[in-house]
Design a protein. Structure first.
Ligand SMILES: O=C(O)C(=O)[C@H](O)CO
Ligand SMILES: [Mg+2]
Length: 266
């Protein structure tokens, strides 16, 4: 069964944030995800989720100073206290929103980082992820890590699929999982279906977008019908987050999703 979630940081930007939940539901989405809920009261978001009858499937931990360019705290040496606070805050929202998983963004390496600095980030990342997985396990939730392409996010610490898989293996926590974003994987690693198969057991969430412009999945070099078919054959029962920038009005661009229950006409 293909279950599609609308990424409300990118889709339905024609509406104010709290109105995007109903817009997504009326287009056939059963779930929603977005970057951050923290500018809103958790109870207000819970209310719109319930009104729209959609599930909250994912959001990110507080990322540090986003406006100043920070992209997560999980691998940043010296920021461990802030990272721990961010885990607690995200899990508090997850409890209210009944969200089973949260994404811990790795953060950026300093420009020109030498091997010692990279090793320091790696060790910090491992320690922080162990802490996050331990806290999330207390309420049965998953922590996700996502390799992000370094063209869009230069310096992002976690950029390759193999790196993420090695980290998941070394930590060995059942609730530390891979956020497999095919857009990033295509740019950094390619070989999408083989990655999907090899990493299948570690995957906690999937995201899609056309490559390279990050528009609708039917625009660009990736043939998503083949990927969805393989997911179905593998027995994937998780969510697929639609995390792309619509070329024009969101709803008109949903034609690509009609075989999977979306409706392009309002
Ligand atoms: O950019 C992406 O692909 C994501 O999923 C992240 O949540 C970015 O923050
Ligand atoms: Mg993503």
């Amino acid at each position: 069964m293909i279950r599609l979630a609308a990424n409300l940081s990118m889709l339905f930007n024609e509406h104010a944030f709290l109105d995007r939940f109903a817009a997504a539901a009326s287009a056939g989405f059963k779930g929603v995800e977005y970057l951050f809920p923290y500018a809103f009261d958790a109870e207000d978001i819970k209310h719109v989720l319930q009104e729209a009858q959609v599930e909250q499937v994912l959001f990110n931990l507080p990322p540090g100073d986003w406006e100043a360019g920070e992209r997560g705290l999980a691998s940043l040496p010296g920021r461990e206290g802030e990272f721990r606070d961010s885990v607690i805050e995200a899990l508090r929202y997850a409890e209210v929103l009944n969200c089973p998983r949260v994404h811990a963004m790795a953060g950026l390496l300093p420009e020109g980082a030498d091997a010692a600095t990279q090793a320091d980030h790696h060790e910090t990342y491992l320690r922080n992820l162990r802490f996050a997985a331990g806290e999330a396990a207390k309420t049965g939730r998953d922590i996700l890590i996502e390799p992000i392409n370094t063209r869009d996010m230069p310096g992002f610490f976690l950029s390759r699929q193999a790196q993420a898989m090695a980290i998941i293996e070394v930590i060995g926590a059942d609730n530390l999982k891979l956020q497999f974003d095919l857009y990033h994987c295509q740019i950094m690693d390619g070989d999408l279906i083989r990655h999907l198969e090899r990493q299948f057991d570690a995957i906690g969430h999937i995201q899609v977008a056309g490559v390279p412009e990050r528009h609708e999945p039917n625009v660009g070099e990736v043939h998503y019908p083949a990927i969805f078919e393989r997911l179905r054959a593998l027995g994937y029962t998780g969510w697929i987050g639609c995390e792309y920038r619509p070329r024009a009005e969101t709803r008109a661009g949903l034609v690509w999703g009609e075989p999977w229950g979306l409706t392009a006409q309002g």
